[in-house]
Design a protein around this ligand. Structure first.
Ligand code: ADP
Length: 377
């Protein structure tokens, strides 16, 4: 096992900069996920660590060794791709043993390793089958097993679940997490799927346009995204963004004025007339239910300032079982701007319904509209 350290790694192809000044250090035994939209540079970083790609500049260390000029097969890393290729004419046992055989490990040791790995992945009953006699999930486990059998210092997984159907993907994801908890091999995992990133990672590296946007554990990134890209990328349904102008201790969203709680307007003094992007997650929007007069008096002191009403028009209703996902437009801003919110399953709403929702400004995010940088909280 080993830590992995990237120091100012840049990779250019003629006039394209695929990744730029990438630096991070993965401590021994941790599970890190590289996540970002297609083309953000995830695979380039992964292939550079594997030794399948040479950095234009920068240094890469595995353990204490500078490996810039060490060829892939001497790096002691094992890689599993989205399109894992098992040898079709070999049995599962032979597939698992292949890497060890290539390294001239002795036969008794190979047999022992294959059995241990097969048991740990619950494929020990499949050892005599050929790949085409296995389901997609079983094949994927054999591919993982083949990589594990070599006992690499570092495990590189590039979208390893994306060929599986939804249920199997969830199951295999949980198995992968358990496997990592048991083996503790330093792992780098590439995905464009934010759910995989959130559920698997010790640390997430969010990438966009070849640059690191933020590194952190899933909860802290979710709670305090560095910028609008990270905020809208992590979380499903995605964070809503409302363009607003700050004036008179309120946010002007189109023709509607949203009162700004003191905690926020204290921070925005001297920003009168400036534009901001407000970020609010779907789980922090709820349908406004009128209170009785007593409740209203009672509640006003507690939350009235943080719950800010907004008028919306329902566009799409998507039942999810336990909840209903609503996509609604803002009449105050015209039809293009929409917000997403989740309401309890019993609530009956139809496209065209107009209603008032409450935004929980206690959970508000504010971004600079030109740079996207997070300004609040
Ligand atoms: P991701 O894995 O996040 O989808 P990649 O690392 O594959 O992204 O690619 C990052 C960027 O580098 C993209 O803009 C891609 O078009 C470019 N790129 C990758 N490989 C090459 C190549 N061999 N030649 C030219 N451009 C490339």
């Amino acid at each position: 096992m080993a830590n992995v350290r990237l120091e100012n790694i840049t990779r250019r192809y003629q006039n394209v900069t695929a990744i730029e000044n990438i630096s991070f250090k993965i401590p021994d035994g941790e599970f890190w996920v590289l996540v970002g939209p297609s083309g953000c540079g995830k695979s380039t970083i992964m292939r550079t660590i594997a030794g399948l790609e040479t950095a234009t500049s920068g240094n890469l260390y595995i353990g204490d060794n500078l490996v810039n000029n060490i060829p892939a097969r001497q790096r002691d890393v094992a890689m599993v791709f989205q399109n894992y290729a098992l040898y079709p004419h070999m049995t599962v046992a032979e597939n698992l043993a292949f890497g060890l055989r290539m390294r001239n490990v002795d036969a008794a040791k190979i047999k022992e390793r294959v059995e241990i790995v097969a048991r740990s992945l619950s494929i020990d009953h499949l050892l005599n089958r050929k790949p085409k006699q296995l389901s997609g999930g079983q094949q994927q486990r054999v591919a993982l097993g083949r990589a594990i059998a070599r006992e690499p210092k570092v495990f590189l997984l590039d979208e390893p679940l994306s060929n599986l159907d939804a249920q199997l993907r969830d199951d295999t994801r949980a198995e992968l997490k358990q496997l990592h908890q048991r083996l503790g091999i330093t792992t780098v995992y590439v995905t464009h799927d934010q759910v995989e990133a959130m559920t698997l990672a010790d640390k997430i590296v969010v990438l966009n346009g070849g640059k690191i946007q933020q590194i952190g554990d899933p909860q802290s990134i979710y709670a305090k995204p560095a910028n609008r890209m990270v905020a809208t990328f992590l979380g499903n349904p995605a964070m809503n963004i409302l363009p607003a102008i700050y004036a008179n201790e309120s946010f002007q969203v189109g023709s509607q004025s949203l009162a700004c709680p003191p905690s926020i307007h204290k921070r925005l003094q001297a920003k009168e007339g400036q534009a901001f992007d407000l970020g609010i997650r779907p789980e922090n929007i709820e349908i406004f239910t009128p209170q009785t007069a007593e409740e209203d008096d009672f509640n006003r002191d507690i939350w009235a300032l943080e719950k800010v009403p907004l008028d919306v028009e329902v566009k799409v209703v998507e039942p999810l079982g336990r909840e209903i996902l609503i996509r609604a437009s803002l009449p105050a801003l015209g039809a293009e701007t929409t917000v997403q919110l989740q309401v309890p399953a019993g609530v009956r709403l139809r496209p065209g319904d107009r209603l008032t929702v409450q935004l929980d400004f206690d959970r508000l995010f504010i971004f600079d509209p030109s740079t996207g940088e997070a300004l609040y909280p």
